[in-house]
Design a protein around this ligand. Structure first.
Ligand SMILES: [Mg+2]
Length: 311
């Protein structure tokens, strides 16, 4: 049995997540499979949104600091990238944080913690951008801590943090794992590991529901009804985890089906695309899609730098 090709999985995760974002975004306007595939093929370039812009910001920060970064460093990268490309479809939170930091000179984390009446955001933002962190720190003993460090630039609520940490953890498990069929028992073990890893009851409960859905071989539609897939992390993160386990074998089929069923489509696309890429590797992502990805060369270059830094 061959050993997993880590480089292919790094590329699979980063490109897979970016393409998921692009295709999910298109799925808002092209809401059935035939139209969506046709639209992708009709375009020379498919564009990504804030999800990928921020994921690239994480990779850039890890590289530029030689893996010696803090929350404030990451905030500065996000901020700079937002100022350069404010048109990426950012939610309300990040621009508000950046503007406040410009005026008050407070830290990103401090400003973020004051959002939503002092509770902090528990939207998808910290989870949607997590792919590069999950893969770069796949063998890190304290991946929860690192994920939290990345989340709290913008998302300080425990539910915003826990979603990011869970996705980072699942990506980290998939990177060194051989691409062999995931049997029922193994899927259940994976979910049990995630239940132990999670720090909030909300996610633990959702993960137990995922386990029941998998054991009962329930369909995606029913899973979406039970788990949700909207802008709140404790809906979209669990749904993406379910969707990955539902059909980990095909990037194309799974991604299309998942984004078309979900509500926050670009973000769920980024999450599921990253997971599938971490599991399958770049060879299993359709080349005709990769060739259309906006800034493909830059994303590849950045991913290979991340891979080299890891070595
Ligand atoms: Mg987006």
């Amino acid at each position: 049995m061959s050993t997993p090709n880590i480089k292919s999985k790094f590329l699979g995760s980063m490109i897979g997540s970016a393409l998921g974002d692009c295709i999910g975004e298109l799925a808002f306007r092209f809401g059935n499979k035939e139209d969506l595939i046709k639209e992708i093929n009709n375009r020379n370039i498919i564009q990504y949104t804030d999800d990928t812009a921020m994921a690239l910001g994480i990779a850039e920060t890890i590289i530029s600091t030689n893996d010696n970064w803090n929350t404030q460093d990451l905030g500065k990268t996000f901020h700079k990238n937002f100022n350069k490309e404010p048109y990426r479809g950012y939610g309300r939170g990040p621009p508000q944080i950046f503007r406040t930091v410009e005026i008050t000179n407070e830290s990103y984390n401090k400003v973020a913690s004051k959002l939503f009446g002092g509770e902090g955001s528990f939207g998808n933002g910290a989870s949607m951008r997590i792919a590069p962190l999950g893969l770069f720190y796949y063998d890190h003993p304290e991946i929860y801590k690192v994920a939290k460090k990345s989340a709290t630039v913008t998302h300080t609520h425990p539910l915003g943090i826990d979603g990011a940490a869970l996705l980072a953890k699942l990506n980290s498990i998939l990177i060194p794992r051989k691409r062999e069929e995931l049997f029922m028992q193994e899927k259940q073990n994976l979910i049990d590991d995630l239940i132990k890893f999670s720090k909030t009851n909300e996610y633990k409960e959702k993960l137990k529901k995922i386990k029941d859905l998998i054991i009962n071989s329930e369909e995606m539609i029913k899973a979406e009804r039970i788990l949700g897939s909207d802008v709140l992390a404790y809906t979209s993160v669990p749904f993406s985890i379910f969707a990955f386990l539902y059909n980990p074998e095909s990037y194309k089929k799974n991604l299309l089906e998942t984004v078309l069923i979900s509500k926050d489509r670009d973000t769920v696309g980024a999450m599921i695309g990253g997971l599938l890429g971490s599991y399958l590797g770049i060879e299993f992502i359709p080349d005709e899609w990769i060739q259309r990805l906006e800034n493909k060369d830059y994303i590849e270059e950045l991913t290979l730098k991340l891979f080299d830094l890891k070595k």
